[in-house]
Ligand binder design. Structure first.
Ligand code: SF4
Length: 394
C-alpha cells in the first residue's frame, strides 16, 4: 500500500515529534511503500513573511529524520517545492473545489476569526505568567484542593484580560515590542493561500495516488476533503484518483519540561540536537508535583511529567520503585530526576552521535533529498499527464 505523510519544516525535532510521528513512520516504512514530504510550500501559508529560515529548518528536520531512522532506501524523502507538478494540480483542484468546503474547515474557521493567533497569544501570556501564579498560589494561607485547576483558571482569566488590554490599546508600545506581537499579526493568516491549504494537502496525497495517510484525529477533516476532491474530479472527468483512507494513529503525547504538551512554541522541548549538558539542565528543571516541596513529602506520580518519562524510558522494576517511593516520600524529586536523566541519556546518546555525523555532511543530505524528489517527481509527472488527458486541457 502507498502511504504518504509530511511535515512542515519547523527545524530541529524534539522527543514529542519522535513519539508523536516519527516512530510510527519508521514502522510504516517496514510494511508499506512510504512517501515522506518536507512541506516547504505549506510553511508559507502562515509564514510567508519570514522565509529566510525555511531552508535551514528543512536541513535540520531532514537531519533528524535520518538520524531517527527514516531510511531513504525504504522511503521516498522529498521536498514539496522540488515537485512543481504540485502547483499545477493545486490550480486545477482549486477550479473544482467549492469555496464552502474550505470555509467549513475547522482550522480555517478558527483562524478566520483570529482564534488561532489568539490561542497562540493566550499561551504566550500564560507561559510568561505561570511562574508568578504558582508563586502566588504557593503563598495562599489556605489549602487548595485542586491546585492545577485553580492555576489554569487564574491563567485563563489573566491572559484574557491581557488580550483585551492589547485590543483596547492599554499595553504600551514597549510592552508589545517585548512580547513581539502586533494587532496586524492577527490578520496575516486571512489569505487566499491559507483558505486553500487543504486543497494543496489534497494535491500532496492524490498526485502520488496514495491509498493511506497516517493522521491524528484533528487531521481527519483534511483527509475527508481529499476524498471529496478525488470523488468530484472522478465524477467530472472520469476515474483518475483513488480515495485515500485515513490511518488513525494512536500516539502518546509527551509532556514538555513544564508539564504541557511538548512544543517548540512553549519552549519546553528536549531536542535530539541538544547537548548532554542542555538535556541535564532541562531535566533538572522539570515541573513536578507542586505539592511535593521536599524529600519526605508524599508525591503524586500520576500527575508528574518526570514519572511519565520514567514510564517510557525506565525498566518496569524502576518504574514500580519510583512510584512507590514517590508516594511514600522516600524518594526526593532531585534524585528521581537524576534517575530519569540516566535512562533518557542512554536513549539519546546513540542518536546524538548519529546526528553529528549527518550534520557534518550537508552534501549527503542534499543528495538524499534531490534523489527522493526526483523519484517523487517521476510519479507526479505521470499523474499529471493522465490528469491533462482527462480534463482535455494542457
Ligand atoms: S519523586 Fe519523582 S515522580 Fe514523585 S513528584 Fe518528584 S519527580 Fe515526580
Amino acid at each position: 500500500m502507498r502511504v504518504l505523510s509530511g511535515m512542515r519544516p519547523t527545524g530541529k525535532l524534539h522527543l514529542g515529534h519522535y513519539f508523536g510521528v516519527i516512530k510510527n513512520w519508521i514502522k510504516l516504512q517496514q510494511e508499506h511503500e512510504t512517501f515522506y514530504m518536507i512541506a516547504d510550500w505549506h510553511a508559507l501559508t502562515t509564514g510567508y513573511k519570514k522565509t529566510e529560515e525555511i531552508q535551514k529548518n528543512t536541513e535540520e528536520m531532514l537531519t533528524d529524520w535520518l538520524t531517527l531512522g527514516i531510511d531513504p532506501d525504504k522511503s521516498v524523502l522529498f521536498l514539496q517545492s522540488k515537485v512543481k507538478e504540485h502547483a499545477e494540480l493545486f490550480l486545477l483542484f482549486s477550479m473544482i473545489t467549492p469555496k464552502s468546503w474550505l470555509e467549513w474547515n475547522p482550522t480555517y474557521k478558527d483562524t478566520k476569526y483570529n482564534l488561532l493567533r489568539l490561542t497562540d497569544l493566550s499561551l504566550m501570556f500564560k507561559g510568561g505568567l505561570r511562574d508568578h501564579v504558582k508563586t502566588f498560589l504557593a503563598k495562599l494561607p489556605y489549602r487548595v484542593e485542586d491546585f492545577e485547576a485553580l492555576e489554569e483558571l487564574l491563567l485563563d482569566n489573566l491572559s484574557d484580560t491581557l488580550i483585551q488590554a492589547l485590543f483596547e490599546g492599554y499595553l504600551s508600545k514597549d510592552t508589545l515590542k517585548e512580547l513581539n506581537v502586533s494587532k496586524r499579526d492577527f490578520y496575516d493568516t486571512d489569505t487566499y493561500g491559507f483558505l486553500g491549504y487543504p486543497v494543496l494537502q489534497a494535491v500532496d496525497i492524490l498526485i502520488y495516488k496514495a491509498q493511506a495517510v497516517p493522521v491524528g484525529e484533528d487531521q481527519l477533516p483534511h483527509v475527508e476533503l481529499s476524498r471529496e476532491i478525488a470523488r468530484r474530479f472522478n465524477n467530472l472527468y472520469g476515474d483518475t484518483f483513488p480515495e485515500p483512507q485515513a490511518m488513525l494513529t494512536e500516539t502518546s503525547k509527551l509532556p514538555g519540561t513544564d508539564g504541557r504538551k511538548m512544543s517548540k512554541s512553549y519552549n519546553n522541548a528536549i531536542y535530539f540536537a541538544d547537548s548532554k549538558e542542555e538535556v541535564q539542565r532541562k531535566v533538572m528543571g522539570f515541573f513536578t508535583d507542586p505539592q511535593k516541596l521536599r524529600k519526605g513529602d508524599p508525591g503524586r506520580p500520576e500527575i508528574c511529567p518526570v514519572f511519565f518519562y520514567h514510564k517510557i524510558f525506565s525498566p518496569s522494576e524502576r518504574v514500580e520503585e519510583v512510584e512507590r517511593d514517590c508516594k511514600s516520600g522516600r524518594l526526593g524529586c532531585v534524585d528521581c530526576k537524576k534517575l530519569m536523566l540516566e535512562e533518557l541519556e542512554s536513549f539519546l546518546t546513540p542518536f546524538r552521535e548519529k546526528r553529528e555525523s549527518f550534520a557534518r555532511d550537508r552534501n549527503r543530505l542534499m543528495e538524499i533529498v534531490k534523489l527522493g524528489s526526483e523519484r517523487a517527481r517521476m510519479i507526479a509527472i505521470q499523474t499529471m499527464e493522465e490528469v491533462r488527458r482527462q480534463i482535455k486541457v494542457g
